[in-house]
Design a protein around this ligand. Structure first.
Ligand SMILES: Nc1ncnc2c1ncn2[C@@H]1O[C@H](COP(=O)(O)OP(=O)(O)O)[C@@H](O)[C@H]1O
Ligand SMILES: N[C@@H](CC(=O)OP(=O)(O)O)C(=O)O
Length: 421
């Protein structure tokens, strides 16, 4: 059996749903599980709705209406017969959130976030499954919350692998024998049957979980790019497609921030030796990128850009040496504040880290660090990571830039820089 994953960009409108259906019709009508994300940018909009609701802001109702209208516009384009059960099915799904929004927000914000934001995936999968059935492709809608079992670390839930494998293997093979199974990315269910989410952009990871638990032959993620490129085309004018990539290089690229694949995706499928194909939903006949266990050196250097970086330099207050004890204390503070280090460098008397500038988190982090250390920071920076670098590639990225930090290993070079004044 195979697993496909379609993200928000592929189902952002009625045309997208039709295109997905056309792609799917080119494959066998059984033994195919399709993981789908929320439509377009609906997760961002549902996040906005959650925060408005939590803060008791009036605009929550307006946002909720916009979310409903967006989905019903797509539904009315796809289903001209207004008696189609999809109208009631989606309306009922929204009613559950309506009830919640009518009450005062007394539960924890992270819990409420998961109950509200998950609606995006529930509704998108209902629409796609109903559309496939309408055009004669037998599709079974499966609720991922019954299969992907997690702890209750809301917004960043951890998968309970043994329970997940058990539930998936117990029920899904029977459905897969009968037709195409449509399920949600990004969401899971706790042991108390509350909805959890796996972290933003987590649908690729969901697909990998289903893939590993079903011992799939392959996984294909359908994107708006021709495959994995040597840089994000949103940043680079000239990019090259990487036809073959090893699991190892894919992990490295996604770890450093190549957002084309969620970083947690590779490990589960690598463990089972399942190939991952990244292909374009805009050119479905093209081959894309194959990610496998074969160690193929990257044909060209790859570039990963991260903007909005803060470079934080930490010094012992007495200007003594940076020693293991200080480092351990610094990492504890980073961990407590849930701040991910994008790159780091230590010298005798200082330790520097580049991190994403999440205003609230960074403010707290600096306050906590300042209790023990002298802290200096510099905002508005860029971090570029070059995998398989050479001097020419470094020279190319630092044109008109001031370099604040450079870290090199054998294959990877990371540079924190800012525009020249
Ligand atoms: N190395 C890369 N190769 C291809 N695309 C990349 C790369 N790095 C970042 N991207 C970006 O990833 C995007 C696709 O991922 P994403 O928008 O998350 O898709 P989806 O919503 O379908 O999961 C592309 O539009 C591209 O801008
Ligand atoms: N909808 C979720 C999960 C996801 O992975 O979406 P996408 O496949 O569109 O990146 C999010 O936006 O975070």
């Amino acid at each position: 059996m195979q697993v496909f994953k379609f993200g928000g960009a592929s189902v952002k409108d009625a045309e997208g749903v039709k295109n997905l259906a056309k792609i799917v019709q080119g494959y066998p009508s059984t033994n195919l599980l399709i993981v789908i994300s929320a439509m377009g940018k609906m997760t961002n909009k549902l996040e906005e709705l959650t925060w408005a609701y939590v803060k008791g802001e009036e605009k929550a109702h307006q946002l909720f209406e916009e979310i409903k209208t967006y989905h019903f516009d797509i539904i009315s384009t796809l289903f001209t017969d207004h008696k189609n059960p999809i109208y009631d099915d989606v309306a009922n799904t929204f009613v559950e959130i309506e009830w919640l929004l009518e009450e005062e927000a007394s539960d924890s914000a992270d819990y409420l976030y998961d109950q509200i934001v998950s609606i995006g995936e529930l509704v998108s999968t209902k629409i796609v499954a109903a559309y496939l059935n309408l055009i004669g492709c037998f599709a079974i809608w499966a609720d991922a919350r019954s299969y992907i079992k997690t702890d209750n670390n809301y917004r960043d839930a951890n998968v309970i692998w043994d329970k997940t494998e058990q539930e998936i293997q117990k029920h899904l093979p029977t459905y897969l024998d009968r037709g195409i199974v449509i399920t949600q990315g990004f969401i899971g269910g706790t042991s108390e049957n509350f909805t959890s989410t796996l972290g933003r952009e987590g649908s690729d990871y969901s697909a990998a979980i289903f893939c590993a638990c079903l011992n799939a032959e392959s996984m294909t993620i359908w994107k708006d790019v021709p495959g994995v490129l040597n840089a994000d085309p949103k940043w680079f004018d000239e990019t090259e497609k990487i036809p073959q990539l090893s699991y190892h290089d894919a992990i490295e690229l996604t770890y450093y921030g190549a957002t084309v694949i969620h970083p947690k995706t590779i490990k589960p499928i690598q463990n089972k030796g399942i190939p991952l194909y990244v292909r374009s939903f805009l050119q479905p006949e093209a081959v894309g990128t194959a990610i496998t266990g074969v160690a193929t050196p990257l044909p060209v250097p790859s570039f990963i850009f991260k903007v909005n970086q803060v470079l934080i330099s930490i010094f012992p207050k007495d200007f003594s040496f940076i020693i293991e004890e200080n480092l351990s204390h610094i990492f504890n503070i980073l961990h407590k504040n849930k701040v991910k280090v994008n790159t780091m460098l230590n010298s005798a008397i200082s330790f520097s880290v580049s991190v994403d500038n999440d205003e609230e988190k960074i403010k707290q982090l600096i306050t906590d660090l300042s209790e023990t250390f002298k802290v200096k920071y510099n905002k508005g920076l860029e971090l570029v990571t070059i995998r398989y670098y050479n001097q020419q590639t470094i020279d190319r990225v630092i044109v008109n830039k001031d370099v604040l930090l450079e870290v090199k290993s054998r294959h990877t070079c990371q540079i924190v820089m800012k525009d020249k004044a």
